[in-house]
Design a binder for this molecule. Structure first.
Ligand SMILES: *Cc1c(COP(=O)(O)O)cnc(C)c1O
Ligand SMILES: [Zn+2]
Length: 417
């Protein structure tokens, strides 16, 4: 049973039947999925959802499949954490972390989009899966290809963190390091996708793939007690996630699953690659491409495919955007770890750092509900913090050696901002 009506152009509104299509043939606008909401309304209630297994497919009517899902049965329903320690430090009342740093199987929110892409690629009959990636997507496609027994080609920029490369290679896909930045990798992959009959999850089946991100927002609303929080701070690379957070909450509201929807959306990027932040701050619809130079490599897309749409949803929601310097990213990673016991990668550092700025600027009031999106795991980007931590005490295996070294441990060494 499918609830999908087809594809619709985001620019001119033209509709197309389901297919391997991602740009409008008339105006080159990007396509997105159109659903039959009247039909979904009849079958989907809070109770039906709550009775289902705790994974991303509990919202399956709002995902673009014609058949039953085949992948991602352990993906999603990640922790939604009330972050009181961090709230106290930041001086706010009600702070939450939506923690996809522990998503299954590869510890980032990309497992959600890939699960949808794989299920859809199988419907279309593909047997080779590929992607252009800043790291996490590569990990997820590699792992899920291994689970599904499909061939995978992974294209990454040559300068990725070692943790991201190993976390792809371990699943034994074909990893292709391209001597160039992500935007060059992506351009090459578009060319390859037009020649080879492969499913490039974020290129030729992108409209389906991108819908997976909505489950992150669905879970926020469900775990927040079937409500939409007042403020959500999201990282942005290509800009898709923040637009899908908006779409997901809007769908829940339109279907009567939440009673109110008045959420301000905020975008966070690394200072060395912040084309979407710049557009929002300068109130310019034109996204000016940049050459990325930031430690937040998972967000380092200089020419974001959904940049304009990200700009648009943030502006319309009454939100804002902030960029974080490399130093601020590292500080924020450490702060989140020391306050909440969550070890996030650079992207999470970017979001926490941006949240701190937005709160300090009073753009986010102290007494309203705030959700910070943590989308990836710190074990994958260890090099950015490695030299910034206290070294372990090194001792001989005896008590006096321990007591000697122990004297050197500083007493109070806690965060305040
Ligand atoms: C890909 C990625 C994002 C951003 O996703 P977009 O939809 O491209 O904006 C955020 N966080 C992490 C960890 C990612 O890997
Ligand atoms: Zn069009």
């Amino acid at each position: 049973m499918s609830y999908v009506k087809g594809l619709r152009c985001r620019e001119c509104g033209r509709e197309y039947p389901n297919g391997i299509l991602f740009v409008c043939e008339y105006c080159f606008g990007s396509l997105e999925i159109a659903y039959d909401y009247a039909k979904i309304r009849k079958v989907l209630s809070r109770e039906t959802i709550e009775a289902r297994p705790k994974n991303m497919w509990r919202y399956k009517e709002l995902l673009p499949l014609d058949r039953d899902p085949t992948d991602g049965f352990n993906t999603g329903f990640t922790p939604f954490i009330r972050a009181d320690n961090l709230a106290k430090i930041l001086g706010v009342k009600e702070l939450y972390i939506k923690d996809d740093s522990v998503n299954h199987p590869t510890l980032s929110f990309k497992d959600r989009v890939v699960a949808v892409a794989f299920s859809k690629a199988k419907e279309f009959g593909f047997n080779t899966i590929a992607c252009a990636s800043t790291g996490n997507l590569a990990n997820s496609v590699s792992a899920q290809a291994a689970i599904a027994g499909l061939r995978a080609f992974i294209f990454i920029p040559a300068d990725l963190e070692q943790g991201k490369v190993v976390a792809s290679s371990i699943y034994n896909p074909v990893v292709v390091k391209v001597e160039g930045n992500y935007d060059e990798v992506n351009r090459l992959c578009s060319e390859i996708a037009s020649k080879y009959k492969w499913a490039f999850v974020n290129i030729n089946i992108r409209p389906y793939y991108a819908e997976g991100s909505k489950t992150y927002a669905f879970e926020i609303a469900e775990q927040f007690g079937w409500r939409a929080p007042k403020h959500i701070i999201s990282p942005a690379a290509g800009g898709s996630l923040v637009t899908k957070i908006k779409k997901g909450l809007q769908e829940f509201y339109d279907l009567g699953l939440i009673d109110e929807f008045d959420t301000r959306l905020y975008v966070a990027q690394g200072q060395g690659c912040s084309p979407i932040v710049t557009a929002i701050q300068e109130d310019s619809e034109i996204i000016k491409p940049v050459k990325p130079k930031t430690i937040a490599k998972s967000l380092a897309i200089g020419n974001p495919a959904d940049g304009y749409y990200a700009y648009d949803v943030v502006k319309k929601s009454g939100g804002w955007a902030e960029a974080a310097s490399d130093k601020e990213i590292v500080e924020a990673i450490k702060l989140l770890a020391e306050s909440e016991g969550i070890f996030t990668e650079t992207a999470g550092g970017v979001t926490v750092a941006a949240a701190i700025k937005l709160i300090k600027q009073k753009r986010i009031p102290k007494d309203e509900s705030i959700v910070i999106c943590v989308t990836g795991n710190g074990l994958k980007t260890q090099e950015v913090v490695m030299d910034k931590l206290h070294k372990p005490l090194k001792i001989k295996p005896n008590l006096s050696s321990f007591e000697e070294e122990q004297k050197k441990v500083p007493t109070a060494d806690h965060y305040s901002i």
